[in-house]
Write a protein that binds this ligand. Structure first.
Ligand code: ASP
Ligand code: MG
Length: 470
């Protein structure tokens, strides 16, 4: 085996005890791999604090951010005190951390003067947590006798200019990553790279979106042609469902890229939804493992898992949604209604989680986050003003408080009867299914149910279709 990329999430490097544990995990892998790359998130809560500082400063509040600077200083200094005994390392590191915290204060002051925080400024500010933590973790690894160096992903991941939601430009990223990291790796140095961040071609800091360190790991894994990418988190792997809803939720041993893609999209918080795409092409296996229970194997995510026909592996729920309906008998057979409807939705920047249209073509319904509903309905009404006045469209309305419950498993593909089991299980509990959609990958079925029946629906599907299906 050659190259392993390991990412540690915010809880996994959330303070001195966790960092010690993460360092022990690195130590364990050093012998087994020729090249080891570590990616770290900010300490848990730090990105939130940085964003809060920027937001409050933008609203004219000059009190909150200085208090946050103090909190962050205490948090990082305490960790350093526990992790490093070498005084030279410690002094140098504390100086570096101070510089980042000063930068945070300066940014916030400017934001306060300007009275607004641009997405670009937000990225500069929110990137500081990863920068600090990469330095702390690298110093700890050095203290343990490993050769290690902190590297800012601004030197590696080249992105477009969509601040706060940047996408990597893979060719440029590959070239830069290899040029910067391969010499370190060849020299036996473990790079500790900042997750979450990148930079535009001209070097302006960007971020990949909240929770984006997973994505960083898969981008760098692909750029280095890694043999495996492991993401260390604080749960045992990808679970069959949310354990807060179903206490006997279990770890799923193997998932395919497409299954985990559906899961991430439909609300499971284990991996950032974009994590899969960089590794798909190269077929790099991805593991999700628990820092605090490292002997548990975790979940392996691969191109083609063995899938048992008929099995449903996971069930998830997304809340806070509304279902918008565009209804009218005059819509039948009229081309362009759907295109215009969704153009109006897109004009509001709302993302659509699910669409369904009956073949009678008398209604289109789709699910969006509730906060987008008012704008979306107004935009559709404006777009369809003529059709509404002619009564070709009768009404555009929303049903609030709905939840999308999704059952996921590639074993559903080509297996008749899975849908029947799902609906049968829900019927037993008198759960009303408001709308249904199945992706053409046949790897998931999504159902819209009322919010007050969602918990029951997830429990019932877990009990009857996942557990009962084995
Ligand atoms: N620190 C970033 C966040 O909190 C990225 C990450 O944790 O993955 O969103
Ligand atoms: Mg995360």
């Amino acid at each position: 085996m050659k190259t392993l990329v390991m990412k540690f999430g915010g809880t996994s490097v959330g303070g001195a005890p966790a960092i010690l544990q993460a360092a022990a995990i690195v130590q364990e892998q050093v012998q087994a791999w020729e090249h080891l790359v570590v990616i770290v998130s900010a300490m848990r809560g730090v990105t939130d604090a940085l964003i809060q500082g920027a937001r409050t400063a933008a609203s004219g509040d000059g009190q909150t951010y200085p208090a946050l600077v103090t909190d962050l200083r205490v948090k990082h200094t305490l960790a350093v005190a526990e992790l490093l005994s070498d005084t030279d390392e410690r002094t140098a590191l504390l100086k570096a951390l101070d510089a980042y915290l000063d930068e945070f204060a300066t940014f916030c002051r400017s934001v306060q003067v300007l009275g607004e925080v641009t997405p670009r400024a937000m990225d500069a500010i929110s990137s500081l947590g990863e920068r600090m933590n990469a330095r702390i973790v690298a110093a700890r690894l050095r203290q343990e006798g490993l050769r290690s160096e902190a590297v800012d992903a601004t030197e590696l991941i080249v992105t477009d200019r969509r601040f706060q939601q940047a996408a990597p430009l893979m060719d440029a990223t590959r070239a830069r990553t290899q040029a910067r990291l391969l010499p370190l790796l060849e020299a036996g140095i473990i790079p500790v790279v900042t997750g979450f961040i990148g930079a535009t071609e001209d070097g302006i800091t960007t971020t990949l979106g909240r929770g984006g360190s997973d994505y960083s790991a898969s981008i760098l894994g692909a750029a280095l042609d890694a043999d495996e990418v492991w993401t260390w988190t604080d749960v045992d792997g990808v679970l069959t469902t949310d354990p807060r809803i179903v206490p006997d939720a279990r770890v799923i041993p193997v998932l395919s890229y497409s299954e985990v893609g559906e899961l991430a999209y439909f609300g499971a918080k284990v991996l950032h939804p974009k994590t899969i795409s960089p590794v798909v092409e190269r077929g790099i296996p991805l593991w999700v493992k628990n820092t605090f229970n490292p002997t548990c194997p975790g979940t392996r995510i691969v191109r083609e898992p063995e899938s048992t026909p008929g099995t449903v592996k996971a069930v998830s729920a997304i809340k806070g949604l509304s279902m918008v309906n565009v209804e009218g008998r005059g819509m039948m057979g009229v081309p362009g209604i759907a295109a215009r409807t969704f153009a109006a939705v897109a004009s509001q920047g709302a993302s659509v989680l699910m669409i369904s249209q009956a073949s009678s073509e008398q209604s289109i319904c789709f699910v969006i986050p509730t906060e987008a509903v008012a704008g979306v309905i107004a935009a559709i009404e404006e777009e369809m003003a003529l059709e509404l006045s002619r009564r070709d469209i009768d009404r555009v309305w929303a049903m609030d408080d709905v939840v999308i419950v999704t059952a996921i498993g590639a074993g559903m593909r080509g297996t008749p009867g899975v849908a029947a089991r799902i609906f049968g299980a829900l019927a037993q509990k008198q759960i009303n299914v408001i709308a249904i959609a199945q992706g053409s990958s046949e790897c998931s079925i999504s159902l819209v149910v009322a919010a007050d029946q969602a918990t029951e629906a997830v429990r019932q599907l877990h009990a009857e279709v996942i557990n009962g299906g084995e």
